[in-house]
Design a protein around this ligand. Sequence first.
Ligand code: KIV
Length: 268
Amino acid sequence: MKPVTVSSLREMKRRGEKIACLTAYDYSFASLLDRAGVDLVMVGDSLGMVVQGHDTTLPVSVAEMAYHSRCVARGVQRALIVTDLPFMSYQQSPQHAFASAGRLLQKGGAQVVKLEGGEPMVATVRFLVERGIPVCAHLGLTPQSVHQLGGYRVQGREATAAERIHRDAKMLQDAGASLLVLEAVPSELAQAITQDLEIPTIGIGAGPHCDGQVLVLHDMLGIYPRPSPKFSKNFMHGATGIEEAVKAYVAAVKSGAFPGAEHSFHAS
Ligand code: KIV
């Protein structure tokens, strides 16, 4: 069983093979996802909400991310592990980001680190990549900026905002990012960015045209006690167990059946 790497994900994009991703925060779920054929396991700072019960992702620390990432890494043999740099661990300077990212690689078994933001993060992405740390960028709805965005809202519906996101995506690729998460953006925008970039795009609420899809595990299993976003889908409906639900998700992503029109947004 060959492990998934950033290069093999690029190959998948070239072949037109969809990339199936899910979040995980512990050993048992990570191991189940890996067995079920998930290509990329994200240790998201969404753990602040779905595991710790906070209202936002903001309280999560690097030590907590490293702890959960380490648990996940013990369960994964094939999938690529992408771990979030939490709020306050990378925005201050590229050097600060390097120290935090290094901790996630050294102590958390992360293989790629993910950070949120566009143009202001370009220098940081370049700094990390030049020092051997692969980066996944994250544009659109960036949950660490929830207070600035005024809530968990779709981004890039207006032409100028869409152009900014598109331009940021290219700048992040040019700075060396290996992957790009697009969250809660119109399908048309995600499609244009996906066609324009050589690196794979991973959508969450970004329509069917991205190179891959990700969902928060607790949303797709229907176990988060608060309302899930419109772009999510409960794969436990019709499944006899968790492994079957995860396999159904992987199959739906690979075949293009998920996301459907009801999970997507459109430009104004
Ligand atoms: O925090 C998270 O889980 C994420 C992914 C869902 C993209 O950022």
